[in-house]
Design a protein around this ligand. Sequence first.
Ligand code: ZN
Ligand code: ZN
Length: 420
Amino acid sequence: MAEEGECSKLTIINIRRNLWQFGSIYAPQTRIGRKRTVTPQMAETLCHHLEKPGLDLDEMAVYFASTVITPAFDNSEQAIPDVVRPGTPVISAAKVRPQTGSHPSPTKTDNTHLHACGWLEPPCMWNSTVLPPGTYWGQYQDITKSNTHLSVAERLWVAWYAWVQNDVLATGIMSFVIHEFFYFGRSLPWIFIDSFGFFKRYKIQSSKVPSLREQWDCAKFVLLSHFTVELPQIWLFHPMAQFCGLSTSIPFPSPWTMTYQIAIFFVMEDTWHYFCHRALHWGPLYKAIHKVHHQYSAPFGLTAEYASPIEVMILGFGTVSSPILWCAFTGNLHILTMYIWIVLRLFQAVDAHSGYEFPWSLHHFLPFWAGADHHDLHHEKFIGNYASSFRWWDYLLDTEYTPDALKRRREKKVKANKAQ
Ligand SMILES: [Zn+2]
Ligand SMILES: [Zn+2]
């Protein structure tokens, strides 16, 4: 149906919910939001597919209101109580017209059939034992009742969009909260490790342990940057994602689809990062932009995003545009995959700046993985090791800065001198 109406499944669910709750295909405008757009094609498709194809949308609203409000609707106005739900308008008896002519009034049989159909189960009656639909958990309960086939994560997801009633806002808030939560959440263990001196023997530059003051100053700078530079960008994220065809609907993609897509994004971002980062080490660009990030020659977790706003935009572009580009070519990307990708990329960036090299670090098992060992040397020596996640670009273009690479370069030089 969503395909026919040229909209997402979530939109169809929302329109149905609006019919149930508000007696209209539109939800009332929220203080911060806008009315959902329902195109004539979407409305027509909806009419075509509903249980009573002969009814138009207005009549459908009446039909739903009657079946929802009084399951044993007897067609008399007295039998229809006013239903007042916090945060929603009143659906009054006056709004519910008695049905006549070719549209028979709903009967108990109709109602049973609606239940059997699954998708049209009426939402719960508002009473003291049930959370009001005006709250997030009220929405969740409603959705759970009528969509038992959805997973818990999918219900939480749909309830979020249904509750906010504004997709731009819903995506914007979710993106920002995910970013803050996982960036600072992932940095927290490293702050404890540095402060309490755990794993001291695994610290790469053991004489340069950051003080709490230094970490706090860094956190303040990063927070300021997030609120001034990244917040407005996140705001534009949903319109951009929609323009590029990213899906926000349910069901979620399979774990396999998410895994292979995220692996591709890692490779794409690493390539972008390598060349841009290398360019940022060119004298004028270094002085004007990248110097800020190199303020800490011994990095710690929080320094991952300690950078000039221009650098945040240049390097952040690789993280955001890799999935967007993928979606533009394949048309197959869910916004959840993008969120998981961004979280993993945040983990990679924070861990690469942690300053600790463990015997169990990932690059011991995946030799092409960069990790802290690779990036710490970049901060210490200001040269080489430009890539973010993998070692192959530095290896191929001979910009690796490791004892092995230095030895290799020295031997090459000696050989060249001998040959002359
Ligand atoms: Zn650098
Ligand atoms: Zn760095």
